[in-house]
Ligand binder design. Sequence first.
Ligand code: PLP
Length: 434
Amino acid sequence: MDKKTIIKDFETHVSAGKAAFYKKYGMDFVMGKREGSWLYDIEGQKRLFNCHSNGGVFNLGHRHPEIIESLRSALDDLDIGNHHLMSQERAVLAKQLTDSMPSDLDVCIFSVGGGEAVDLALKIALGHTGRPKIISATGGYHGHTGLALSVGDAQYREPFGIGLTDMEQVPFNDIAALEAALDDHVAAVILETIPATLGMVMPEPGYLEQVSALCDKNGTLLIMDEVQSGLGRTGKLWAFDHAGITPDMVVIGKGLSGGIYPIAATIIREPLDAIFRSNPFIHISTFGGSELGCRVGQKVMHISTDEAFLQRVQAAGIKLREGLKTLRRKYPKFFTGIRQSGLMIGLELRDEYSGPALTKAAYDQDLLMIYANNDTSISQFLPPLTITDSEITLVMGKLDQAFNSARKIRTALVTKEKAGNFMKRFSGRDDGKA
Ligand SMILES: Cc1ncc(COP(=O)(O)O)c(C=O)c1O
């Protein structure tokens, strides 16, 4: 099929809004071949280095050969499986995941995607505690499904009239605000260990430890959303490992798929399993924990738990930081700060126009970079964990060029804004009121 037809069909049958957005910004990329850190346009004339990894889906790059092989061999003898029956593949992956977590985080329930896994965690919290209220972080993001949507940013739920009546958002890193919000109505606090959509906000030293202690004191469950931060992204397997806390539930997704087969999971502490012991069929996900996905997940865990792999992530993080610091010195007005834990990185930019400007400028330099949707002054920088030293050098060179032109694009966006014609968000309105 020729590219023009694909774009036309996409526009008509998939998303007119996205097609219009990309057209406006001269980004007519259609995914074709993909390999390692690179995505190629379907007509092969352009390629993009993936500096976003789809929030961690492509932690191991695109089509990692061992992941492909795990799925290929699974197809020789497995299918999706049957959630009514017992399964070796689920048991093996569940054991790998729970063994990698502290204390009695011993039970693993599979889902298809992160939102579904968050929904389940919240459902368990409400059911187990008998309390009605959930606390989350202002500007946090946990997915677009039911309960997950309810505890997320208002901009995604209000247009649909959806919301848990009993929920409250408190600023991340504000322990006093959390303390004030906690009472005996609060079933759970849910936090991304590093809120990504909010702009890679790093937890301040001691914050997560205090959150955990306050939750314990209040009989409130602590749910850590590791959908983006987990599986080695920060140089430790789980980002909450840096704080040494034991959450009551952990949600994982994205990278567990190896970028090849959707799978997500909610890991819960053993006592929270009570409701499923008395009624094992009260929660069902037909495709959740597909046996094919479990085989892929097993391989992802095998690769990601390797100490040498995690050390390499740390080393790549240090090398990238050196490069970023140099660029910061070169563009001090535009590139104002670095938020970083391993390869979970946020680039602090001049203002809200700068994230979109850098996304466009980076695209022109063959880098796929996405700004944080809930703080467009931050550019998310999440390269594959497999990034090599020579790729880091290449990316830094391209980023240098991108910063150079992003400054001009920013000025143009400011002018457009004044004319009421600038769209900040990928998924918002195009009339300046996004
Ligand atoms: C931190 C976090 N939690 C949950 C989700 C939802 O995952 P999914 O899109 O697979 O439903 C996302 C997706 O971006 C996420 O970033």
